[in-house]
Design a protein around this ligand. Structure first.
Ligand SMILES: [Zn+2]
Length: 490
């Protein structure tokens, strides 16, 4: 990302903005009649029977002199980061729809407000102007005309940094979204592994892979059961390491990377198979967090484990009533082949926990029951210690990505009792699969490592979510990055 940034500490006046064609005004409630283009905004509000204070619910955009365009929004101090991001996304959209090469942000209010709002506005602008993969109209003239955003000017706050940390978050989020959006024929496990290898080289990460023969040899039967159904058998667990000179903590990131999920022999109907190329989103989130943390040079050792596979049908694919032996020696009775995520993660979590990190954070589009519980507006976490669940909710709130914590209760284990194996993979009765899945996966963590599992139900929401306006929104990268930072400091 190469953006030209200019910062001006002075509160903007109309004269300062004559060369700016697309301007975002971030106001506070007290700024009525004391900001640039007051008359134009007031006239527009009068015409549409709006009130100034309503700009904290719905932003307004209007034409400015010389054919320029302004978008006005109020960010009240009591709003959550999610609400601020949502308002900014709505305010920025009419500006970005014109595909500008330069944008201006004008912030008003107290020093603290201007600093915080400049940062939030910068994030929302840059994340929504990032280029994403599209196979639509690639030859049309319109597309060839639009150029990416090149410059941002901020008026009203001069930071002592160049928003490098925000840029890193944007890069992480954009990588996550780009990978997730790729059609499944463009992101097979083979292609995904190649991309990750290249990325590892670029960023100096340690890299190793456990391919199917290696996994078979080491006895990772839970992962292998899923990978064996694909031709070619190109599934693998990829292990990346970021280790700066100075580290205070050791954190493992784990991600579910199912490049396409047919459901296996318990085949999904078409309606539910639609979009199943996005079932690798958890691994893309883990990768996005690793990437952003690397760019921010966070003082932490990060191990990143990507469980990359597809869930296919075929003569070799695993089936109901199979019994397989996981890496930790536990036998698993297969109950439903569409519950493949917990299978690939089981062995991956064992590998991650054997390195005895301080904490494991995993990300997965795991269960439909989490979406039933919290909708696609937020995602859920379940942790094996309550403090970690609290920390996750706080990190989510700070990042503008809403997180709900669910309990991790031992008595649920009885639902997974099997007559023929050590544990059942899932149950076919009742709800609560997001909690059963977590109880199941918890059995494969060794050395009593603290662990927080994120079930990403909000990874795709029509019309965008929070800061991000694309349906695939990269939810989890901001939250994950914030979580890592909070774990470093205490
Ligand atoms: Zn599945």
């Amino acid at each position: 990302m190469s953006l030209k940034l200019s910062q001006n500490a002075a509160i903007c006046s109309e004269n300062m903005l004559t060369s700016e064609k697309h301007i975002l005004f971030v106001l506070n409630e007290k700024a009525e009649n004391s900001h640039a283009f007051t008359d134009i905004l007031n006239n527009k509000l009068k015409r549409s029977h709006g009130k100034f204070k309503d700009l904290n619910k719905s932003p307004v955009s209007c034409e400015l002199p010389n054919g320029n365009m302004g978008s006005f929004v109020i960010l009240g101090e009591t709003l959550s980061m999610f609400q601020k991001h949502t308002l900014l996304r709505k305010a920025v959209k009419p500006l970005l729809d014109e595909k500008p090469e330069a944008l201006a942000i004008c912030v008003f209010g107290s020093d603290v407000e201007r600093e915080a709002n400049a940062c939030a506005a910068y994030y929302v602008m840059t994340v929504n102007s990032a280029e994403l993969p599209s196979r639509k109209g690639s030859k049309s003239k319109q597309d060839s005309k639009s150029k990416p955003l090149k410059a941002i000017s901020i008026y009203g706050h001069k930071a002592d940094h160049d928003y490098g940390d925000v840029n890193a978050r944007v890069v992480g989020n954009t990588w996550c979204r780009s990978l997730t959006m790729l059609p499944p024929n463009e992101l097979t496990p083979t292609i995904y592994r190649e991309k990750v290898k290249k990325l590892a080289k670029e960023h100096g990460w340690g890299w190793e892979e456990f391919d199917m023969p290696a996994l078979k040899k080491m006895g990772a039967g839970a992962f292998y059961a899923v990978g064996q159904g694909s031709e070619p058998m190109d599934a693998a667990i990829v292990h990346l390491t970021y280790k700066p000179k100075k580290t205070s903590k050791h954190i493992a990131l784990v991600g579910k990377g199912i490049c396409f999920d047919t459901g296996g022999h318990n085949l999904k109907p078409a309606k539910y198979m639609q979009g199943m190329h996005e079932d690798m989103n958890g691994s893309a989130v883990a990768l996005g967090v690793l990437l952003a943390a690397t760019m921010q040079q966070l003082p932490v050792k990060l191990d990143c484990w990507l469980a990359i596979a597809q869930n296919h049908i075929g003569p070799l694919a695993y089936k109901q009533n199979d019994v397989v032996t996981a890496l930790n020696g536990m036998t698993i009775e297969i109950v439903h082949t569409d519950a493949e995520g917990r299978m690939v993660l089981a062995d991956t979590l064992t590998l991650a926990s054997r390195q005895k990190p301080d904490v494991i954070l995993d990300y997965a589009t795991l269960t439909g029951s989490m979406a039933v519980a919290v909708t696609d507006r937020m995602s859920g976490v379940i942790a094996n210690c309550p403090e970690l669940a609290c920390k996750a909710m706080e990190a989510g709130a700070a990042a503008g990505e809403r997180i709900v914590a669910f309990p991790y209760e031992e008595d649920m284990d009885s639902d997974l009792d099997s007559d023929i194996a050590d544990i059942k993979q899932c149950t076919l009765e009742g709800g609560g699969d997001h909690m059963h899945a977590t109880r199941f996966m918890g059995k494969f963590i060794e050395n009593e490592v603290a662990w927080c599992h994120a079930d990403l139900s909000s990874t795709n929401r029509k019309g965008g979510l929070g800061a991000v306006q694309s349906d695939v929104n990269g939810f989890g990268v901001g939250f994950g990055l914030e979580m890592v930072k909070r774990l470093i400091t205490n």
